[in-house]
Design a protein around this ligand. Structure first.
Ligand SMILES: [Fe+2]
Ligand SMILES: [Fe+2]
Length: 301
């Protein structure tokens, strides 16, 4: 195994199916790359929290933090669920498509890094909200936001997670731009960078599933359409009617920004989804209508 003396060349493997099938990488090799990439990007929650002078934060800053801390509570059940279903999928494909089984196992293995990185987001934002003396997060809310999303086809699941990361990334970039507090902006930028890397991982796993020939592009297109359609999921809590769900909490449905500027940029989110679709399926799209057309074509109706 190569000896790494610095992390500059450590990156996410863009062609994971090929890495296993053609480059003959093993799960040990791929896991080592995941680990180095995680280690390369570590940061200290304590340092970021103590750098923020809470007396200088505006009302909008406080509301951004409050929303972010609550939304991040939903990431742990997401990562726990991913670990479970990726292992089930791995065993389902063993002996049928061993390369795909390895892809699934590498996805489940990576979920431990994802879970840990999201823990930094949740605890950092909630610690700051607590220091601000904001309404404490009640245990009932905490437990409600830990509810587990229902299971679904693996490609649909992974593409939805890619879009969730895009949504979080763009929101935090907007928060960083809107705050006048430099230390808080630095924290939002750091978290946005984490979300961007998570999105890239999910895109890499989705592409591997499509490359295997066992999963069809229509599943990624269906999820993209669900978000991009008129009044779709991408509009989150801003929609005319947010679906009531007893099963789980979609964090993007529960952002409360009444009275302040919404940290949002729909155009950036749409472009990032088109780019993710292109990487996963090879299909070029540039509008919600084109996504719908491609989806309808893919299901053959
Ligand atoms: Fe996060
Ligand atoms: Fe994330």
């Amino acid at each position: 195994m190569e000896v790494v003396t610095d992390y500059r060349d450590v990156d996410i493997i863009p062609n994971l199916y090929g890495a296993f099938a053609e480059d003959r990488m093993s799960l040990v090799d791929v896991t080592w790359k995941q680990h180095l990439y995680h280690e390369k990007r570590r940061w200290s929650a304590a340092v970021f929290v103590s750098a923020v002078d809470i007396d200088t934060l505006s009302m909008a800053d406080r509301i951004y933090l409050w929303n972010a801390g609550r939304a991040e509570l939903t990431t742990k059940p997401g990562a726990d669920r991913l670990a479970r279903i990726a292992d089930t999928e791995c065993r389902r494909w063993q002996g049928i498509d061993d390369t795909l089984a390895a892809v699934m196992q590498s996805c489940g293995t990576w979920s431990r890094y994802w879970n840990e990185e999201e823990a930094f987001h949740e605890t950092t934002f909630n610690a700051l909200a607590r220091r601000l003396g904001m309404e404490p997060r009640g245990n009932d809310t905490f437990i409600e936001f830990r509810k587990v999303f229902p299971d679904d086809n693996m490609l649909r699941t992974l593409f939805l997670l890619a879009i969730s990361e895009i949504t979080a990334m763009v929101n935090y970039v907007c928060c960083a731009r809107l705050t006048k507090n430099a230390a808080l902006a630095a924290l939002f930028k750091q978290v946005a960078a984490d979300e961007a890397q998570h999105m890239r991982y999910f895109v890499s796993f989705c592409k591997a599933l499509v490359d295997s020939g066992r999963y069809r592009a229509k599943d990624a297109l269906a999820i993209a359409h669900l978000f991009l359609r008129e009044n779709g999921e991408l509009h989150g809590s801003h929609r005319d009617r947010v679906e009531a769900r007893g099963t789980h909490v979609n964090w993007w449905d529960h952002l409360d920004t009444e009275g302040i500027e919404r940290p949002d940029d729909l155009d950036s989110k749409q472009k990032a989804i088109y780019s993710a679709l292109k990487s996963v399926t090879g299909i070029d799209v540039a509008s919600p209508e084109e996504v719908e057309e491609a989806w309808v074509e893919s299901v053959g109706v």
